[in-house]
Design a protein around this ligand. Structure first.
Ligand code: ARG
Length: 247
């Protein structure tokens, strides 16, 4: 009887360890496939600046990984619980987040901007959002910024970028306030003639790749990222996605 019990314990340990090893082999990288032109899907395939950049980094450091698409608001919690090993999703480096995750060096300078209907004449700057219905993405720096700086009539927090545009186009909100790249991209493409961006860029937003605290992957990624900035790889990707060289 005792012998059988011992065997069962050993078997359980082997199964447990094998599971651990299988998990360790596969690096999971979180991404929100709804943030053009950084990460989005074309014919079901993940593409964009962040996607190209991380794939190039992974190749450089010999990292086997798989993408895990998720809503943006799940990314920081996913890193904290280590259900993902890294994330690249236009994530702004900010103090509150630095307390709970680790960031790479910044790889892109962004900012926040206002998007309105093409025929809107009364919203031109942030102050004009006072008393208006505004949409932004849930759990982002824009949510924080709006709550701190504008007394809106209604603040719609949506998990998906496409829904922000839908709300604006169908008149559900008067303006969208969010990271400039996806808004500029939408204004130039699907939203052409229907929407426009107004005002200056509000608040600098350096983007970084994020990791669980203490992740050994961060330094490797940082070295590859800096190398790419030195050898022209970064500039090539930047030009591919933003049509200009980085300043
Ligand atoms: N930069 C903003 C933030 O970090 C918004 C990022 C949204 N990214 C995305 N993939 N949806 O809060």
């Amino acid at each position: 009887m005792k012998k059988m019990l011992r065997r069962m314990v050993v078997l359980a340990m082997v199964v447990f360890m094998a599971g651990g090893a299988a998990q360790a082999a596969e690096t999971v990288v979180g991404v929100d496939a709804n943030f053009m032109p950084f990460e989005f899907k074309v014919d079901g395939k993940l593409t964009g600046f962040d996607v190209d950049l991380f794939e190039a980094i992974a190749k450089e450091i010999g990292l086997d990984f798989k993408w895990q698409t998720m809503d943006f608001n799940g990314i920081i919690p996913g890193l904290q619980s280590k259900s993902i090993d890294a994330a690249i999703a236009g994530i702004t480096i900010k103090s509150e987040r630095e307390k709970v995750v680790d960031f790479s060096h910044p790889y892109y300078d962004s900012g926040l901007i206002i998007l309105v209907a093409a025929d809107n004449e009364d919203i031109k700057v942030l102050e004009d959002l006072k008393g208006k219905r505004v949409a932004t993405k849930l759990a982002t720096t824009s949510e924080d910024y709006l709550k701190k700086n504008v007394d809106t009539k209604e603040l719609k927090l949506l998990p998906n970028t496409d829904n922000l545009f839908m709300e604006l186009m169908t008149g559900g909100v008067d303006a969208v306030f969010f990271d400039s790249p996806p808004l500029l991209y939408f204004a130039k493409n699907q939203g052409k003639g229907k929407v426009k961006t107004v005002g200056p860029l509000y608040q600098g937003q350096p983007y970084g790749i994020a990791f669980p605290e203490g992740s050994p992957l961060r330094e490797k990624v940082n070295i590859a990222l800096l190398k790419f900035m030195e050898d022209g790889t970064y500039d090539k990707l930047y030009e591919k996605w933003f049509g200009a060289s980085p300043k």
